[in-house]
Design a binder for this molecule. Structure first.
Ligand code: PLP
Length: 367
């Protein structure tokens, strides 16, 4: 976002953009008419429906354009978690496959959906490990794939470390074995350029509240020809995959956020924010020589994400002592009430290391 956001005025410096972003005023402006004047049901056939129907179609096209998809491949959902559920449960149940592969640092929306498939449908679940940078080894995926594998689900970028998985390579392997590939791009969307054809994915989760749209606005890219079990049964909305009268205002918000994100990506936002992130990292390192350790890969990382451990400092205590900063710690070791981050633990971070994260800078700050 450019300039200051009204929601941040007078408050602490906000460094928790991976948790959620403020709503871009341009996004709020775009959705407002659909909360006030334009109330028609997009499925009706009288004049009150024409504008909502056109707005819904426009929003679908804008989301599709951000990821290089076709408009009819976008299914609006009510959250990223719901998009993940539609993808993972939908693909496994529709294919009749009995095996799903994911990886240990996925968001719980994916991990818990896999566990539910195991519990309710007897599906075999393989959870791949990650290396010290939080990355899945393609060789491990190749080893895990078999003729029963219905779906592989690996996130584009990790929410805590920003680690970027080798999606194109992993998706190509899944395809070789006839398995579908789902990518949860909740964190990567709008922060780096993602094109579904280049990635070779079948399903991709898009989340609005990580890119300056409101919470509750999300979508799933469903490649044409991919069959899914619906997530909500009923009317034929959203290609019959998610019944219910469409929330036009939120769809319009997601479309507007996608359009703005595409413009910002083309305008060099990732390089600008990465420079600021690296400046912050350098200053921390200079202020605390030898004590600041980067968690996650140095290069293949979201441009807005910095996750560090600081020797001798507990994450939650550090944040409590710096009320001028609103950040998150994914880890807080050595404390009865704070458990270490499962993401950092899966990366093999020594639980004796005292951890503090500073992560989630804005996606679009101007240098
Ligand atoms: C990687 C990832 N996937 C999924 C989600 C879930 O999105 P939502 O909060 O819209 O359900 C999040 C949100 O934190 C996320 O970071």
């Amino acid at each position: 976002m450019t300039g200051g956001h009204p929601g941040l005025v007078g408050g602490p410096v906000y460094l928790d953009y991976n948790a959620t972003t403020p709503v871009d005023p341009r996004v709020a402006e775009a959705m407002l008419p659909h909360l006030t004047d334009l109330f028609g049901n997009p499925s009706s056939s009288h004049p009150y429906s024409a504008e909502p129907r056109a707005a819904l179609a426009g929003a679908r096209a804008e989301v599709a354009a951000l990821i290089g998809a076709r408009a009819d491949e976008i299914v609006f959902t009510g959250s990223g978690s719901e998009a993940d559920l539609l993808a993972v449960r939908g693909a496994v149940l529709a294919s009749g496959g009995s095996h799903v592969i994911t990886q240990v640092t996925e968001h719980s929306a994916v991990l818990e959906t896999c566990r539910a498939l195991e519990r309710l449908h007897g599906v075999r679940v393989t959870v791949l490990p990650v290396d010290g940078d939080g990355l899945v080894d393609p060789a491990a995926l190749a080893e895990g794939l078999d003729e029963e594998t219905a779906l592989v689900s690996v996130m584009a970028a990790n929410n805590e470390t920003g680690a970027l998985q080798r999606i194109a390579e992993l998706a190509a392997l899944a395809r070789k074995f006839g398995a579908l590939f789902h990518c949860d791009a909740a964190q990567a969307i709008g922060k780096i350029l993602l094109q579904v054809q280049e990635l070779g994915v079948d399903l991709l989760t898009v989340v609005g509240h990580k890119m300056y749209a409101p919470k509750g606005a999300a979508a799933l890219y469903v490649r044409n020809g991919v069959r899914l079990e619906p997530v909500v049964y009923g009317g034929g909305q959203e290609r019959g995959l998610r019944a219910g009268t469409e929330n036009v205002a939120l769809a319009v918000a997601l479309g507007a956020a996608a359009r703005i994100a595409a413009d910002e990506l083309a305008d060099g936002a990732p390089a600008r924010i990465a420079a600021l992130r690296d400046d912050l990292h350098q200053r921390l390192t200079a202020a605390l020589p030898g004590r600041v350790h980067l968690n996650g890969p140095e290069k293949n990382r979201l441009p807005n994400t910095l996750n560090v451990s600081i020797d001798g400092a507990l994450g939650h205590e550090l944040l409590a002592a710096t009320p001028e900063i609103a950040a998150s710690t994914g880890s807080a070791c050595h404390s009865g009430t704070h458990t270490p981050s499962p993401v950092l633990t899966a990366m093999g971070l020594d639980s004796a290391v005292l951890c503090a994260d500073v992560r989630g800078l804005p996606a679009r700050v101007r240098g």
